[in-house]
Design a binder for this molecule. Structure first.
Ligand SMILES: Cc1cc2nc3c(=O)[nH]c(=O)nc-3n(C[C@H](O)[C@H](O)[C@H](O)COP(=O)(O)OP(=O)(O)OC[C@H]3O[C@@H](n4cnc5c(N)ncnc54)[C@H](O)[C@@H]3O)c2cc1C
Length: 381
């Protein structure tokens, strides 16, 4: 019979959150005497997503950044916005490089242990227990990146938008892409009146990721994304001949579901399962960095690890935004056009990074001031 194994900390899930947390713990000598296990059902050997984020100057993932851009475009049916991102740059990594870097770094520490297994349940007691397909484990603290079942069942109580998309990486013979500019959102091609747009990341002058994205409550057939990507390439990029070298699909929750309530004194939810994906944008990579830093500080101070991970005002702003997008999905184009045309890059990124001042928040609210937001504001109150 399998032995019950005991650790100080167990991290469930070697994804973006689990690995960022493990890297942070491995780099801090405070945790050198802790036995830490990482459990995942996957060996993480696939490049299952392209991860992008913005930041000022140099950052801690620069060694694996495959491309960065200093300018961006936002196209609506009324405006073409050319955004100079300085002092920020938009950076992209292959997630497989991130997994490799994490595994390489963590494996150097003898107090870290990799376990390939599938977690069935977690008992949230004082000495929390994990039951997996092959074994059972105990730890003083568990970090868990599995999304709570309630998220999938409590369908009507919270606002749930799905950011769902499919992307093709295309290759062309002649140099057609401007390599210092990417398209954040292009609303010129839409699926009806819904919030849908195309995202274009030129990886070189002859290679680009083209993604058709929905911010909607419902999913669509696989062939629908394909058809819009095809149309975008021919009618907006005016490219006739190309080959598809890779594809990527994703579904990211954009929601006000209270994930944070699922953390306890002894079990901390992390990543998407903890609400670290920003409700109004779907970005989480850089937020994860900050949440992980707070968890490390809390652990060292003897606090509950999930203490003070969120600033309530941003949860409130996201809730209002999601309500508008849910109730009046056709407003997405107008909202993002206003947002990107009426505010400075610095204020927008600081707002999305949840670092803005109240004055900046007010300016952003003013740029979106409309009956839809007033209604959503009162409904949210
Ligand atoms: C295609 C795609 C592209 C994205 N692009 C961006 C982007 O450009 N920028 C950005 O900021 N965000 C992006 N996101 C959003 C977000 O950053 C990612 O979803 C991110 O992976 C979330 O991290 P996570 O650790 O919560 O989950 P994951 O990275 O999904 O990790 C969860 C891990 O838990 C493991 N696991 C799950 N259940 C069990 C179980 N029962 N037992 C054992 N292991 C288990 C899984 O195998 C997995 O390794 C993207 C998301 C997707 C899907």
């Amino acid at each position: 019979m399998a032995q019950k194994e005991q650790y100080d900390y167990i991290i469930i899930g070697n994804g973006i959150a689990g690995f960022q947390l493990a890297i942070a713990l491995s780099r801090d000598t405070f945790f050198n005497n802790k036995q830490i296990a990482l459990i995942d059902e996957s060996h993480k050997t696939e490049n299952d997503k392209t991860i992008s984020f913005w930041e000022k100057g140099a950052g801690k993932w620069d060694s694996i950044v495959i491309k960065s851009w200093s300018e961006a475009w936002v196209f609506s049916n009324k405006k073409e916005l050319h955004l100079k991102l300085h002092p920020y740059t938009y950076k992209t990594i292959h997630v497989l490089d991130f997994y490799k870097k994490a595994k390489q770094e963590i494996s150097k520490k003898t107090n870290f242990h990799f376990i390939i297994d599938s977690v069935i349940s977690v008992e949230k007691s004082k000495q929390p227990k994990i039951t997996t397909v092959n074994n059972s484990y105990e730890a003083k603290h568990i970090f868990d990146s599995r999304i709570p079942d309630d998220y999938f069942s409590e369908s009507n109580k919270y606002t749930k938008i799905i950011q769902h998309f499919k992307g093709w990486i295309i290759e062309v013979d002649k140099p057609v892409f401007k390599t210092d500019q990417f398209t954040m959102m292009d609303y010129r091609l839409k699926d009806g009146n819904q919030t849908t747009f195309t995202y274009v990341l030129p990886l070189s002058s002859t290679r680009a990721l083209i993604e058709f994205t929905y911010f909607t409550p419902k999913l669509v057939e696989e062939s629908t994304y394909d058809s819009y990507i095809k149309q975008y390439i021919s009618s907006l990029l005016k490219i006739e001949s190309y080959s598809i070298s890779e594809t990527e699909s994703g579904r990211i929750p954009m929601t006000d579901f209270p994930f944070e309530k699922y953390s306890t004194k002894h079990v901390t939810k992390i990543g998407t399962a903890a609400g670290w994906v920003k409700g109004s944008s779907g970005y989480s990579f850089k937020h994860t960095e900050k949440k992980v830093a707070s968890i490390v500080t809390n652990l060292k101070a003897g606090n509950t690890p999930s203490k003070n991970l969120f600033r309530r005002k941003y949860k409130f702003y996201d809730k209002i935004f999601l309500k508008v997008l849910h109730d009046e999905n056709e407003k997405g184009e107008w909202i993002f056009e206003q947002f990107y045309s009426k505010n400075s890059i610095d204020s927008m990124f600081r707002f999305l990074d949840e670092e803005s001042t109240f004055l900046e928040d007010l300016k952003i609210m003013k740029s979106l001031f409309s009956f839809s937001f007033i209604k959503a504001f009162f409904k949210t109150l």
